[in-house]
Design a protein around this ligand. Sequence first.
Ligand code: F42
Length: 153
Amino acid sequence: MSDTTPQEYAPSPAAWVREQVEQYEGSGGTAGTTLRDTDMPVVILTMRGAKTGKIRKVPLMRVEHDGDYLAVASKGGAPSNPQWFNNIVDTAANPTITVRDGATVGEYRARPITDDAQRAQWWERAVAAYPPYADYAKKTSRTIPLFLLTPVG
Ligand code: F42
């Protein structure tokens, strides 16, 4: 018998991330909704681990436009993609992704932005929401992956 069921929630190993998720979700989206000591809003993505099937909760900066959200796989400008990149591109593991924005929760379909013009438009929105993204892009040789999240139904 395995001690890990496929639906098990696996909290982030990073304490600051895990604590943000606990506070955000534990309050029903009324506390812990901004990045550390800033007033910049954060959303929580709930997805399934592509390898483990475990439930992963990933806080990201809130980049929203006309009801769509953007997931910016910046990982602080690190040289490699965050691991959740592999989860979000795996549409078999994740036909939909749950987005919590404050007290509002909905199901979204994620797809990578590949069109240059669309990327430029959303990148501008991302940097407007969270200016350090511009520094992260300079810091890494990666093209920071962007995922568009559109509401399901
Ligand atoms: N990260 C960003 O990339 N962009 C943001 O805008 C952002 C904002 C933000 C705001 C608040 C906050 O608290 C955190 C924020 N973060 C932001 C950090 C973000 O939440 C992630 O912690 C970060 O991007 C690193 O993601 P990661 O998936 O690499 O996390 C590691 C530490 C992690 O949790 N790894 C897990 C582990 O146990 O080691 C596994 C994660 C996983 O999904 N595993 C998959 C599975 O099957 O379970 C397999 C994945 C694979 O590689 O195939």
